[in-house]
Design a protein around this ligand. Structure first.
Ligand code: ATP
Length: 196
């Protein structure tokens, strides 16, 4: 049976924290494919300052170009509507019937997981692998994972940065070259994204 890891998010924009996590997941979890899935309309957060679907998808593609077994999927953007993980999983199970799925998520997402639409159904269809985004989150992460029962904690060295931080720095004209792959930064600059 094949194993797919699913890594969803707004990726507004994708940054080195995301890429670090993908590399760590490749080291710690055996997967045949990792699907990076930029959302259409994010159901869990306010969508201020959200770049277009196409731009977020394109930046993700540029960022993972050359990474083995990592694919960017437009499955949520093509489905339109709100990007509920349970619906994405149902579609993926239909498309890839002999595949098991693991959802990758940071502490922030794991902490709200039991508020997600049909979260118990998600747990029927997928495993969870959760990881710390910031130092000092490990205890909270372990507790939340234990509460849910089915979440596996993967130990990665946190790379504490966020898309919010990247957007703020871009707005202020600060240097973000250490936070993003060069190809993504060039794309942002060419398109004039996140400047106001
Ligand atoms: P924003 O600041 O706009 O809220 P974000 O940086 O949190 O964005 P998302 O696209 O919302 O990024 O995150 C997608 C997934 O990536 C989530 O599971 C999130 O926990 C994870 N993630 C985000 N930043 C990091 C990071 N620095 N290290 C590891 N995982 C991260």
């Amino acid at each position: 049976m094949e194993h797919f890891c699913l890594y969803g998010g707004t990726f507004n924009p994708i940054h080195n924290g995301h890429l670090h996590l993908i590399r760590e997941a490749a080291r710690l979890l055996e997967f045949d494919r990792l699907l990076l899935i930029p959302t259409n309309i994010p159901p869990h957060k306010a969508a201020a300052d959200l770049a277009s679907n196409r731009d977020r998808l394109e930046m993700a593609r540029l960022a993972v170009a050359g990474m083995e077994n990592v694919w960017v999927s437009d499955i949520e953007q093509r489905a339109k509507g709100k990007s509920f993980t349970v619906l994405t999983l149902e579609r993926l199970r239909y498309l890839f019937p002999d595949t098991r799925f693991t959802l990758l998520m940071g502490t922030d997402m794991l902490c709200t997981f039991d508020k997600w639409y049909r979260w118990k159904d998600i747990l029927q269809m997928a495993d969870l692998a959760a990881f710390a985004r910031n130092d000092g989150e490990q205890a909270l992460l372990e507790r939340k994972a234990a509460e849910l029962g089915k979440a596996r904690v993967i130990r990665v060295e946190p790379l504490p940065l966020s898309s919010t931080m990247v957007r703020e720095k871009l707005r202020n004209g600060e240097d973000v070259s250490a936070l993003l792959p060069p190809a993504v930064l060039s794309y942002i600059q060419e398109k004039g994204l996140y400047v106001k």
